[in-house]
Ligand binder design. Structure first.
Ligand code: PMP
Length: 355
């Protein structure tokens, strides 16, 4: 190639999505297995007749609805083409190449990628022995160059969740000019009342005159719209404004906007589905523990099996049993909690493997 692209990007790995294997059960991407609700499908079909027109790039109705739901001014809500895009927008909004992002590792795969795309430095902080975020070490890793810290709660892929007091203590330790992004992609699956609601934490900070906490959420998981790509960020008015400046126009498409609104209309039904996933999570974890696996307590719609060097063999074994999990070779496997019969198929595979 004669065109000169950025040399630093040539070594950057691409994001590796969960695999879809024909005829196999996919428990690899933390999706909700149940299909979209009929009311949501109808809203999408109705809106499909107008796709010759550009969408409302400001997603006015959706932003207004989210503002109402969260009880924050609409100016503090920014939407994006999935919350992964907002991760990148947040790094773009806060960092230049001279700056740095801190995040736990292992955590969401996209954090190092979007940071590298922006060209900022990164500081990965190892998890605790219990597979959770080590907030003390993360606070200690912040330098004068750190513009942003990703706090994934619950953490992908380990499922572990931080409690309110520890997150509050962490926020107090972070310098006021460093943004703390609480990524709550899996919030709706949390059933421990001590796990904080990030938006409530952020509001307390704003009320105290500090604007350095923002929260990310998505319609991809609990709301079952992974294929449509819509997520949102809640932050200070200035941060939300900056996110809108780095937003690629029209990137939340028309069908995604109406589907998100229809999903908010059907929230009770969708949250009931989440509770069923949470019940299944307890069953899956209990059975895995009984089969001799180490399984950290999960507050998300997946479980983590820290199998270390056995991970690749476990992945192969599951594939032979027609179950696709997400393997991080040398580290562990993440398994989405699906419908009961999907979980049964996975558990049968797991029981016939020696951890
Ligand atoms: N944050 C976390 C922690 C995630 O696990 C994911 C999806 N894997 C996302 C953000 C992005 O989700 P989406 O772009 O589908 O909204």
């Amino acid at each position: 190639m004669t065109v000169r692209t950025r040399a630093d990007l040539s070594a950057l790995p691409s994001y590796v999505p969960g695999k879809t294997v024909p005829g196999a059960i996919k428990l690899a991407s933390n999706e909700v297995s149940a299909g979209p609700l009929p009311s949501v499908v109808r809203a999408i079909a109705d809106a499909a007749t107008a796709v010759n027109r550009y969408p409302d790039t400001a997603a006015t109705d959706l932003v207004a609805r989210l503002g109402e739901k969260l009880e924050v001014p609409t100016g503090q809500v920014a939407v994006g083409c999935g919350s992964v895009t907002l991760c990148q927008q947040l790094v773009q909004a806060t960092c230049t190449e001279a700056d740095e992002v801190v995040f736990a590792w292992r955590s969401f795969e996209a954090y190092p990628l979007v940071t590298a795309v922006v060209g900022a430095g990164q500081n990965r902080v190892p998890l605790t022995a219990g597979h959770g975020l080590d907030l003390d070490a993360m606070a200690a890793a912040i330098t004068p160059k750190t513009r942003l810290v990703f706090v994934c709660n619950p953490n992908n892929p380990t499922g572990t969740a931080l409690r309110r007091a520890e997150v509050e203590r962490f926020i107090e330790q972070v310098p006021a000019e460093t943004l703390v992004v609480i990524d709550e992609a899996y919030k709706e699956f949390v059933d421990d009342p001590d796990v904080p609601d990030g938006v409530e934490l952020a509001k307390a900070q704003w009320a105290a005159g500090r604007d350095n906490v923002a929260v990310l959420r998505t319609f991809s998981k609990a709301y079952g719209l992974a294929g449509l790509r819509v997520g949102y960020a809640v932050g200070s008015p200035e941060l939300a404004d900056t996110l809108r400046k780095v937003y690629v126009p029209f990137s939340v498409n028309a069908l995604a906007q109406v589907a998100a609104l229809a999903s908010l209309d059907a929230e009770d039904e969708l949250m009931a589905r989440c509770r069923a996933v949470v019940a299944e999570r307890a069953r899956v974890r209990g059975e895995l523990l009984a089969a001799g696996y180490e399984v950290p307590e999960s507050q998300a719609n997946f479980v983590w099996l820290p199998l270390g060097e056995r991970t690749a063999a476990f992945n192969e074994h599951c594939l032979e049993h027609k179950v696709v999990v997400r393997a991080f070779p040398g580290d562990g496997a993440r398994v989405t909690v699906g419908e009961p019969e999907e979980n049964d198929a996975f558990l049968a595979a797991a029981r016939s493997f020696t951890p």
